[in-house]
Design a protein around this ligand. Structure first.
Ligand code: GSN
Length: 220
């Protein structure tokens, strides 16, 4: 039997966090080797294990997969979280891309100045509540899960996005009753419940120290 997947990334959310979420949701234990310095990144590069000289990289089933979406697609497919046919897969892709757009807006906040942040914060809250959440609220009116009424990658990703937006505005779900019950339902799935508990491999919001470190490592 293959060993545990090994995740190579910095010790923070960034592009790896959705991968951590998906593995955790699938009930897969994983190891992490953190890139702590520019030298750590250079070492991976000179070892020839980063196809495009970038992380995230995940060692899994004898492969060294890069590109966040490729990694997520692999895990979702392998663990039956990617729908039962092409139509469901496409719906999952659409929902996941929507939540990705929202989460990428949130992640970009860390690189902004104080003034820029306030403006972007307001835009994110507006986009979440007028563009993205209404879509999921409507879909969830008649069903427990987003696609095929079966737990999928789209649900995992939506919960991650909901919790991230709540970090910006804690009552952001107040006008979305379906999303509130969805949040409770999915948070109580045993694998996810475990991931949400303190001490799990879930990462906290990025702080200033982390941002400074990441800028150095990736020469941003
Ligand atoms: O989604 C992906 O995995 C790729 N399309 C992008 C990966 C990427 O941008 N990785 C960054 C670190 S994560 N932060 O944004 C990276 O390795 N940057 C160093 C570089 O030389 O590009």
């Amino acid at each position: 039997m293959a060993g545990k997947p090994k995740l190579h990334y910095v010790n923070g959310r960034g592009k790896m966090e959705s991968i951590r979420w998906l593995l955790a949701a699938a009930g897969i234990e994983f190891e992490e080797e953190f890139v702590e310095t520019k030298e750590d990144l250079e070492k991976l590069r000179s070892d020839g294990v980063l196809l495009f000289q970038q992380v995230p990289m995940v060692e899994i089933d004898g492969m060294k997969i890069v590109q966040t979406r490729a990694i997520l697609n692999y895990i979702a497919t392998k663990h039956n979280l990617y729908g039962k046919d092409l139509n469901e897969k496409t719906l999952i892709n659409m929902y996941v891309e929507g939540t990705t757009d929202l989460m990428e807006m949130i992640m970009s906040l860390i690189f902004l100045t104080h003034e820029e942040k306030a403006k972007k914060n307001a835009l994110i809250i507006d986009r979440a509540t007028t563009r993205y959440f209404p879509v999921y609220e409507k879909v969830l009116k008649g069903q427990d899960f987003l696609v095929g009424n079966q737990f999928s990658w789209a649900d995992v990703h939506l919960l991650e996005a909901i919790l991230m937006t709540e970090e910006l505005k804690s009552d952001i779900l107040s006008k979305f009753p379906q999303l509130q019950t969805f949040k409770t339902r999915v948070s109580n799935i045993p694998t996810i419940k475990k991931f949400l508990q303190p001490g799990s491999q879930r990462k906290p919001p990025h702080g200033d120290e982390f941002v400074a470190k990441v800028k150095k490592i990736f020469s941003i």
